[in-house]
Write a protein that binds this ligand. Structure first.
Ligand SMILES: *Cc1c(COP(=O)(O)O)cnc(C)c1O
Length: 462
């Protein structure tokens, strides 16, 4: 074996050891940052170390400091597992090491990206002519799609933002629901659009379409006949991180379009509701929006980092993200680099193709339905705990509960993490401390849910 084979062989063994240990190891990490630094050592060696030994040191030192995120009992934030086909394809992606920016230079990746994009648009019920950019995550997907939005609404107002920048440009109004994800604000900040106008949300966290209508009608110059519409973007949400709720797309998209707005949907984990016949009703009408952002590394269970920026009309996306370099070998058909902010990037479509090819249409629906079924089982279980309350309708994969007062809820979160059977995060929602449960992994079984509920009952015995 040469050095490379040895290193890969050891990495493979460490990986399978880790994956097999997920069934029995505690979900929270068993070491602190300082512990891991101590095990790694801090001196940069003066000379070389064989690659296989480096892999051994990395795996041994990091093992105790890893959180069992791919376990079936991790329910923190919104963390997707890694489907076996996607994980294996991700290994190949690294071995192949394709810089996937250009159509003609890496035809294998471009072919896979084209096929995967068509599959995604079909599964999600989105316009078949849409463009799909493979980016790092939903934050960047929001940024990418909103860059297309900015370009287009300003172009309609007679302003070329690519050429002339934002200085002196007409003001772009951006309206968001009170419970949008913070990454939307970050994306708007990257784009120089400032803080958005916030529209009230209802008790489930859904934007109020009445409040949205009122805000749009109150807007500058929006309704005078003959005027170009004021440049306006409305950001809606498919999947609230606390309640899992979906914005009322049908009404909200209609009213936004009546006012000439571009409608963007942040569906980092919720967009895939569209791939399930049982949950598709949650996104009814969302297909008439102009752009969508989602993650492949959440509901679709692709390893980090993979998000998808989808724009119905490819032209404004290309206008915002396309570039030309004399040394690049660019294609008339358009290149993958035209749809994303990066130039060089890994072959992100390979693992997405693999998970879709492995699951098929019914498998993706089953994956989504399984998360929702487990979330409902959690909600039913929590409701039987003395003093515990689920704070919203459970429509998808998220459950938020209170255990009476803030102090007790925080104590339950602390105790369930100390128990180690499962990982659930604390948060604040509607001015209350809450325990959040997010079901997002193919690996979660009925037994995992039972064991995790038992752990939660023990933790709540205070
Ligand atoms: C997770 C999430 C994001 C951010 O996604 P990243 O992949 O972490 O960048 C945005 N919006 C919503 C609704 C999310 O759940």
């Amino acid at each position: 074996m040469d050095e490379r084979d040895t290193a890969l062989d050891r990495a493979h063994r460490h990986a399978t050891t880790w994956l097999h240990a997920l069934a029995s190891r505690p979900v929270p990490p068993q070491a602190t940052v300082d512990d891991v630094v101590d095990s790694l050592g801090t001196d940069l060696p003066d000379g070389p170390t064989p690659a296989g030994d480096v892999v051994d040191l990395l795996a041994t030192a990091c093992g105790p400091g890893l959180t069992a995120m791919p376990s079936g009992r991790f329910y923190g934030m919104v963390i997707g597992g890694s489907h076996p086909a996607a994980l294996a394809a991700d290994w190949l992606t690294s071995a192949w090491d394709q810089n996937s920016a250009l159509r003609s230079v890496t035809p294998a990746h471009t072919a896979v990206e084209d096929v995967t994009s068509a599959w995604l648009l079909d599964l999600l019920g989105l316009p078949a002519t849409g463009a799909v950019g493979f980016v790092t995550g939903a934050t960047t997907a929001n940024f990418t799609a909103l860059a297309a939005a900015r370009t287009q609404v300003l172009r309609r107002a007679g302003w070329d933002v690519r050429r002339d920048g934002l200085t002196g440009a007409p003001r772009v109004r951006v309206l968001v629901g009170a419970e949008r994800h913070e990454s939307v604000d970050l994306a708007l900040s990257y784009l120089g659009l400032g803080a958005p106008e916030v529209v009230a949300a209802d008790d489930q966290g859904r934007i109020s379409s009445a409040a949205l209508t009122e805000a749009l009608e109150a807007g500058p110059g929006a309704t005078r006949a003959g005027d170009a519409p004021a440049p306006t973007v409305v950001v809606l949400q498919a999947g609230n991180v606390h309640s899992g709720a979906f914005d009322p797309f049908a009404e909200a998209v209609d009213v936004a379009h009546r006012h000439g707005a571009w409608v963007h949907v942040d569906g980092a984990f919720g967009l895939f509701a569209a791939a399930s016949p049982a949950h598709r009703h949650l996104v009814a009408g969302y297909e008439r929006a102009d752009s969508w952002a989602t993650d492949a590394h959440k509901t679709l269970n692709v390893p980090y980092d993979c998000g998808l920026a989808i724009v119905a009309d490819p032209a404004p996306l290309r206008a915002a993200m396309g570039m030309h370099g004399d040394y690049l070998i660019q294609s008339d058909a358009g290149d993958p680099l035209d749809k994303v902010p990066e130039l060089s990037r890994r072959g992100r479509a390979f693992p997405v193709w693999a998970v879709l090819r492995a699951l098929g249409r019914s498998g993706v629906a089953d994956l989504v339905d399984g998360f929702a079924r487990h979330a409902t089982a959690f909600a039913d279980g929590v409701a039987t705990i003395d003093g515990a309350r689920v704070l919203h309708d459970v429509v998808f994969t998220q459950v938020c509960a209170s255990f009476g007062d803030d102090a007790r809820t925080r104590e339950v979160v602390r105790r369930v993490l100390a128990d180690g059977t499962a990982w659930m995060s604390g948060s604040r929602w509607h001015d209350e401390a809450v325990l959040r449960i997010s079901v997002s992994s193919w690996a979660t079984t009925d037994d995992d849910v039972r064991a995790s509920l038992d752990a939660l009952r023990r933790a709540a015995d205070v």
